[in-house]
Design a protein around this ligand. Structure first.
Ligand code: GLY
Length: 349
């Protein structure tokens, strides 16, 4: 078992262990005084894991209940949150009770947001089952939902009281969803760790996925410890995401995963950095090679003008400018404010 300790305002541990799903009750009983636990999960994940989680919780003396919502980003809205509040209230959940988020990024973000706001905040535990959630979204306390105006426009920082990562759950994911998570894995190498990036190039990450997950969450932990509320350094975790979000938006979030869009965004911004004489020459090619190795695309049909225009409504924009994450070289990143009007010129290569 691997343990990574997070030292945010509310400290907690991330446990990485094959089969931990079957022992989640024991872990939770050590850190929570809850009587009732609502397990929030989606219609894809429920048939795979809900009984294993519920059995373990019951065995440890908890009164568990499950709330299932329809799988997919389309469900990530305030109506789904309202349905979750109904379940929590009808189950008479009190301040000492607990929510468990069982699933991928959408589940973690929404269950976390419901927990952050129900009774002005109750505890929650993340049990992420997708690679993207295991290496990125389950750690660091970002919770929220989409509005018709854009992704993640309503939310709260609410740290879980534990993250239980079971790498065995990755065996049920299709290649598409493994690729989705690999883009975030590659991102960590790009922004903070050249040796890790090289390791992704030289080996098959899936052959030593527990080490890979541990490295990613440790990098994220270090960043979040220093900047929990994203005032500065945490923005580095958005490398590739500004143009990635534009691409997702231009595709209406259909036919392209978040990871695919981020992979394209990382390569485009590295190319722009090279073009501007900021990023070491050859960096974009290195990122391209690793993305292709893990089945990720690195080009898109959208024009630079369309991407720059789509970025104007990005929530990372502040006033007339946006914080772009750039690389000096692999493993060495920084943010640079750029006026939105100058973005198209900046990224055009
Ligand atoms: N996924 C980026 C962050 O948590 O800050």
């Amino acid at each position: 078992m691997k343990t990574v300790h997070v030292d945010t305002g509310k400290p907690y541990d991330i446990f990485i262990e094959r089969g931990i799903i079957d022992n989640c009750g024991e872990y939770i009983s050590k850190i929570s005084k809850a009587e009732k636990i609502t397990v929030i999960t989606d219609s894809n994940v429920a048939p795979l894991y809900q009984w294993r989680v519920l059995n373990s919780l019951e065995k440890c003396g908890f009164q568990p209940k499950v709330h299932i919502f329809k799988a997919g980003e389309e469900s990530k809205n305030l109506k789904s949150i309202s349905d979750m509040y109904d379940t929590l209230a009808q189950f008479n959940m009190t301040r000492k009770d607990l929510v468990v988020a069982l699933g991928g990024g959408v589940t973690g973000d929404m269950a976390g947001f419901a927990a952050a706001t129900y009774l002005r905040g109750i505890d929650f535990v993340q049990i992420p089952t997708s690679l993207l959630a295991q290496v990125d979204s389950s750690v660091g306390g970002k919770t929220g939902v989409d509005l018709p105006y854009g992704k993640n426009l309503v939310g709260a920082f609410h740290q879980p009281i534990a993250v239980l990562i079971d790498p065995d759950t990755l065996s049920t994911l299709s290649d598409k969803f493994i690729c989705d998570g690999m883009a975030e894995v590659i991102k960590y190498g790009c922004i903070k760790d050249a040796e890790f990036f090289q390791n992704l190039a030289d080996t098959n990450a899936l052959d030593h996925i527990e080490d890979v997950i541990e490295t990613c969450v440790s990098i994220k932990r270090d960043v979040v410890n220093r900047d929990e509320k994203e005032k500065g350094e945490r923005m580095l975790l958005n490398f590739g995401h500004t143009l990635g979000h534009s691409i997702e938006k231009l595709c209406n979030f259909k036919g392209i995963t978040h990871g695919m869009a981020v992979a394209i965004g990382m390569v485009l911004i590295a190319k722009a950095g090279e073009n501007q004489g900021i990023t070491e020459s050859g960096t974009a090619d290195e990122i391209t090679a690793v993305c292709h190795k893990y089945g990720l695309p690195t080009t898109d049909k959208a024009s630079f003008a369309e991407m720059a225009n789509a970025a104007k409504n990005d929530k990372k924009a502040s006033g007339n400018s946006i914080n772009l994450v750039l690389l000096n070289k692999i493993g060495d990143s920084f943010t640079q404010k750029i006026e939105l009007d100058k973005l198209e010129d900046f990224i055009t290569t």
